[in-house]
Design a protein. Structure first.
Length: 358
C-alpha cells in the first residue's frame, strides 16, 4: 500500500520512524455530469478571474483571503517551517481507556507501518505496551495543512491511528431529542429486549452494500439495453399504530427468519420469552396473537374453577340417592305390612301407582 505521509511516533524519548497508510477505501459508484441534450460531459475548468485564462494544477497555489478580499499567499515551505513539534511527528500526549473516547470524535483511519529495520524494535515495544495496558494512545499530528488529534490502538499486529475531531468540533445535541414527554412501559421494554435477543449478533464480514449492487445491476442493464422492473415500495414504515403489536410481529418475523417456529413449543416459565408472552397477553388492546393468548388463559382459568366443584356435586348426588333409597325401602316395608293387615286398602293404594308408572 502506498504511504501518504512519512514521519515518526514520539513516545517519550523514543522516536519510531513510521509511514502512514490509508486503512479504508471508498467503493461508492461515482457519476459524471452530462448535458441532457447531447450527452456531452460537463467539466469544471479552473480559470483565473483576472486574465480569464485556464490554468494548470502546477500554476495553482494557496492563499488566505482577508475580510477586505485581499489574498495573502501561503506556500508549502511556509507551512513546513512552522515551529510545531507535530509537523513531522505523531506526538503521544497520554494513554487513556478506550471507553473514554467519544465515538462521535472518530474520523478517518490509518495504519502505521514501521519505516525501516531499525524501527521494528521500538514499534513492537509500543504495540505490546498498548496490548498489555488495554489502553489507547492520544496523540497530536499535522496532516494536510492543519494539526489534528489522533487515537492509536492495536489491530491484530499493527498499530492503527484514528483521526479524532477536536472537542470543540462536536456539536451539542440540544433540541434534537423529542420534546414531548413519553412513558415507556415495562411490557414494551420486555418485548424490545426479546426482539434484541432474537436478532442476536451478526458477523460483520457478512454485511454488504445492497444499494451499490443494485446500482451496478442497473448500469449493466442500461448498457445491454434492458429495463429493470421497479421494486415494490414498502409503505409499512412510519405507520406503527400499536407498539406492542409491532414488537410482537417483529419478534415473530425475526424468529421465522432464523428458522425458528414461534408458538410451536412452550418455553420455560423463567425464560424471557415466556415472561414477555404473559405480559403481552394481559394487554387488552393487543393484536390477534394477544387475544388468542388471553382466550386460552381464560379457558384454563375456567377449567381450574370448575374442577373443584365436581367432587362436591358427586357427593351431594350420592347422598340424595342414599336418602331416596332409604325412603323407598321404608315405604316398601310399610306397604307390605299394610297389605298383610288390610288387603283391600293395599289394593286401592297400589292401583294409582300402576297408573302413575304407566
Amino acid at each position: 500500500m502506498r504511504s501518504i505521509w512519512n514521519g515518526a511516533i514520539s513516545f517519550g524519548l523514543v522516536s519510531i520512524p513510521i509511514k502512514l497508510v490509508n486503512a479504508t477505501e471508498n467503493h461508492s459508484i461515482s457519476f459524471r455530469q452530462i448535458h441532457l441534450a447531447d450527452g456531452g460531459r460537463i467539466r469544471y475548468r479552473k480559470v483565473c478571474e483576472i486574465d480569464e485564462q485556464e490554468v494548470t494544477a502546477a500554476e495553482i497555489g494557496k492563499a488566505y483571503e482577508e475580510a477586505g478580499g485581499s489574498m495573502i499567499p501561503i506556500t508549502d515551505e511556509d507551512l513546513g517551517a512552522l515551529p510545531l513539534p507535530t509537523a513531522k511527528t505523531i506526538e503521544i500526549v497520554a494513554f487513556v481507556p478506550a471507553a473514554s473516547i467519544d465515538p462521535l470524535q472518530m474520523d478517518a483511519a490509518y495504519y502505521l507501518s514501521a519505516n525501516g529495520v531499525p524501527a521494528a524494535k521500538p514499534y513492537t515495544l509500543l504495540r505490546e505496551a498498548l496490548k498489555r495496558s488495554r489502553k489507547v494512545a492520544v496523540a497530536k499530528y499535522a496532516l494536510r495543512g492543519r494539526e489534528r488529534l489522533g487515537m492509536l490502538r492495536v489491530v491484530d499486529d499493527v498499530i492503527a491511528m484514528h483521526g479524532l475531531l477536536w472537542p470543540d468540533e462536536i456539536r451539542s445535541p440540544e433540541g434534537v431529542a423529542p420534546e414531548t414527554e413519553v412513558t415507556v412501559r415495562d411490557a414494551e421494554l420486555d418485548l424490545a429486549d426479546a426482539l434484541m435477543d432474537t436478532l442476536g449478533e451478526v458477523d460483520m464480514d457478512s454485511l454488504h452494500d445492497d444499494y451499490r449492487e443494485a446500482v451496478e445491476a442497473l448500469i449493466a442493464a442500461k448498457a445491454e439495453g434492458r429495463t429493470l422492473e421497479p421494486a415494490e415500495a414498502d409503505d409499512s414504515g412510519g405507520k406503527v399504530i400499536d407498539l406492542i403489536a409491532a414488537l410482537e410481529s417483529s419478534v415473530r418475523a425475526a424468529k421465522e427468519a432464523r428458522g425458528e417456529e414461534p408458538g410451536t413449543e412452550e418455553e420455560p416459565a423463567d425464560s424471557p420469552g415466556a415472561e414477555v408472552t404473559s405480559l403481552a397477553g394481559r394487554k387488552k388492546s393487543g393484536g390477534t396473537g394477544a387475544k388468542k393468548k388471553a382466550a386460552a388463559a381464560g379457558k384454563k382459568t375456567a377449567a381450574k374453577k370448575s374442577a373443584p366443584s365436581r367432587a362436591p356435586a358427586r357427593k351431594t348426588a350420592a347422598r340424595s340417592t342414599k336418602k331416596s333409597a332409604a325412603k323407598a325401602g321404608a315405604g316398601t316395608s310399610a306397604k307390605k305390612t299394610t297389605a298383610k293387615s288390610d288387603p283391600k286398602q293395599a289394593t286401592k293404594k297400589a292401583a294409582p301407582r300402576k297408573r302413575a308408572s304407566a
